[in-house]
Design a binder for this molecule. Sequence first.
Ligand code: HEC
Ligand code: HEC
Length: 374
Amino acid sequence: MPPIDLNVVLAALSLGLFLAFVGFFGFLVLHQSSIEPKEPTGAELIEQHYAPGETIEQPTPYYVAPIPAAPDPLEISANLDKKIIVGAGMLFAVFALVGAYFFTLFVVRADAHTERWRDAVAYEHQQQKAIDRGRNLYANFCFDCHGKTGLGSTDPSRKDLPGLPLNKPDFKYDNIKDDPVKLKATEDLLTLTISRGRAKPAPQISMPAWSDHEGGSLNDEQIQQLVTFIMYGSDAEWADVVTVRLHSDGPEDGHLPLEPNPPKPQQLTPIELGRALTLSNPQAACVSCHSFDPNKPSTLPTAPNLGHYGTEGPLNAENKAAKASGDADWLLHWISNPPSVKPGVVMPPFSTSAGGQLSDQQIRAIIEYLQSLK
Ligand code: HEC
Ligand code: HEC
């Protein structure tokens, strides 16, 4: 149920008060006249019953009032009490309404006359609207990867969701409002990640970029609404996400599916996987030194262009010797830990066993890719 607006309550109260006054004084006036005797006017003489055609003695319809020598003081004062009550009543009603107005202004809404109060009311209203819209956007665009209630990969019922949790204590305004640095950092993290997305090396699923400046489908205001929903949404509002889908037009019994349907991880061939690990994996950063395009020089001039490595490799004496000695894994050893093969080389170790970030399996995929470069 929506909260009752104080304005409506006040308006209803004033209206009720006003009607009560009108009723009360109407009653007083009626009551007053009912207890006062009717003054003779002469007209009552013809207010008598007779049937048509009946001969009756007609009284004269004319009543000639005696002309007083001077205005009769009793007549003048006859309705005075009535008039005083009505007049006083109206005055009293005016005072009462003015009083009620100031009472509500200064007591009920102690700071109603300040900007702050009005701003706060307007802000709260805007905020609730933004939360609702953010929730609706979430239900449409984020549900499949981040889940029914924003738990993402931490959702116990759906271990396969690729998205990270968004409905979590660290993102909630109430938990971080006392730390301005953290508050700002959280706002920025959310705004930037939603706008620009976060690329993950295949076969992992990436967080898409949503900003219309980045080729996505959401404008800045909508992204702000999503951030507001994530930071201010209550558990009840997160629980509403499924309800929103239930009431949205969709293919399943007329509504959107109520279970998240995340994109399946890509099935990559080892060469494709190696290519992704080599070219678009920040942890390997091969491209920060090497070129893999035969027509472009390497970023680091001493790092060979590997564009034809499948036919040209191995290049240096150490690797040639290792291959010639019959070591089938010579390239694995090189990429795992180049300085151990050629002391002093600037190419860093990549194997996790040597302090790098790549598993042997990932290095073997990279090797598949390198050997495909003909
Ligand atoms: C195709 C799946 C997918 C969709 C759809 C998706 N996300 Fe994501 N999102 C991800 C993945 C995967 C990550 C985790 C990236 C990582 O590992 O760093 C992520 C991460 C995030 C993060 C960063 C969380 C953190 O703790 O760093 C935010 C914020 C986020 N998503 C918001 C959204 C919003 C809002 C939407 C809807 C507009 C959305 N995502 C839609 C897949 C998705
Ligand atoms: C910091 C720069 C740097 C990075 C990063 C780097 N390399 Fe190298 N790499 C070099 C240099 C310099 C050489 C030449 C070494 C020599 O022979 O003196 C080299 C040589 C190579 C060779 C040729 C070996 C031979 O002699 O046949 C291969 C293959 C290679 N790198 C693959 C990779 C791969 C794959 C990655 C990413 C996982 C990578 N490199 C990252 C600098 C780098």
